[in-house]
Design a protein around this ligand. Sequence first.
Ligand code: PMT
Length: 421
Amino acid sequence: MKKEDKPDFGEFKANPLADKTIVLGVSGGIAAYKACDLASLMRHAGANVHTILTPAATQFVSALTFQTLTRNQAHCQQFADDIDWRPEHIDLAQKADLFVIAPATANIIAKLASGICDDLLTTTVLATKAKVLLAPAMNPRMLEHPATQNNLAILENQFRYKIVPPETGEVACGDWGAGKMASLDSIMAAIQGQLFSHQTLAGKNILVTAGGTREPIDPVRFIGNKSSGKMGIAMADAAYARGAAVKLISTVAVDRPYPVIVVETALEMQEVVEGEFDSCDALVMTAAVADFRPLAVSVQKIKKNVSEDFTLELTKNPDILDLLGQIKRPDQVIIGFAAESEELLSNTAEKLQRKNLDVIVGNDISVPDIGFGSDDNAVVIMSVSAERETLPRMPKRAIAEHLCDVISQALLEKQESGLTI
Ligand code: PMT
């Protein structure tokens, strides 16, 4: 492909953190070993990563590890011998676009909440004007303790630090509960959310569906489809990065800093989406919902030796989008997707009208390597105002970024035309 033929990805970049300087603060907990992978992920996403380790962190991981992974000197000492005229903490504090403290122990959380700066990391955080993101990790009882909860509330509500909530599970000491550091996927999504300056969906509630439903036949078999959930997850990530309050209803479980409700069947998806619909400003249905389900689900595994032929009776599933299209408020925006193997334009346009959608995104699933399961897609976007836009093959995240613009525009138009209730 010639350079000028490359699709315009708008805000999307293959290296989403390119040109960003991130200071990674590592405090002294066992999850410090995960910070090595985080440093590597951030560097591969294009960021210029500088690491500061607390003295306790160096008991778990070494500065050399981070130096090698980030290709920048890692810092530990507050009073280094080789200091320049300008103290190191001031330099790093000013360079940073973002501070990421992962793991953040109860100790560093307490120090930051009360402004104590007795090591290089706390001193540098106090001296920065950059945004600060914390990924707490500690024993569940330490996390539950009112002292830690109060400190986190101060950091979040007064200092506006972003907290990526810890997960629930078995922690290193063998206890069970909330306290495991959030997954690296969650932290990376939150980092992108913090670094995106254009919060064009701030204050908006966006509901996204993702994945393919599974309709059970018996305890082990189901009718499914090839949807991987990638399009919907990219959509939810992009909307979150734009400041929206996102809820993802997905057949695929993912760790994200926003709520993810995992469902299996079309009926389950219908129940959750209908329950959430009223409180959303925009719904994006990327999910491949099964049109039919087995009329009866066998309690026992169906035996193959019953007869030579086997007939499975199916019944129609409700069309979630169709139902919501009929009851949507004038201020709500609904975006559907259409997976078409023929007559892309006419079939997509027909679904836009029939389901009373604001926008529909048609993808030609007969084209190999795009759509189902792929990282890329190529789509035609149609809106009720009869506008049509064709996006050539590009990463699903780039399409999602574009759809965020479409959503902002559609919401704005509704607001301006006085349709907001
Ligand atoms: O998940 P990926 O691997 O990333 O793949 C992405 C995708 C190909 C699944 C996605 O881009 C896509 O095309 N999603 C829509 C798939 C689909 O079900 O198309 P449809 O033409 O059958 O349905 C049209 C719309 O109605 C869709 O928004 C669908 O969510 C909705 N629908 C369909 C049936 C049904 N019973 N209820 C619905 O709400």
